[in-house]
Design a protein around this ligand. Sequence first.
Ligand SMILES: [Zn+2]
Length: 121
Amino acid sequence: MKYIGACHCNAVKFAFNADIKEVVSCDCSLCSKRAALMLSVEKEKFEIVEGHDVLSEYRWNTGIAQHFFCGKCGIYVFHQRRSDPSMHSVNANCVDGLDISSLPVRQVNGKSRSTDQQFSS
Ligand SMILES: [Zn+2]
């Protein structure tokens, strides 16, 4: 199914195709502070439609995962994972019309994995 979404100020707009079955919550230090609920989307099925120039990048820990947020409103939009660079994690709360409350939440134990290769952030 095709979805669209945006950051809070609408400077960054994105679109993707995915079969959404769950949202992911991670307890690493970054995800817990940004309180993100995420969707797994194949990188090649995800596209930034507007706002490339507004996106800011943040890296931490090993510096491999790339976290992108809107440079105007500060909202986390998506990140490219460290464990699987072919997948993006997308901020489920930025997706238009998605009923998050109807989806199961899968808890990922990122805190304990934040220094090894398994960490999916
Ligand atoms: Zn914004």
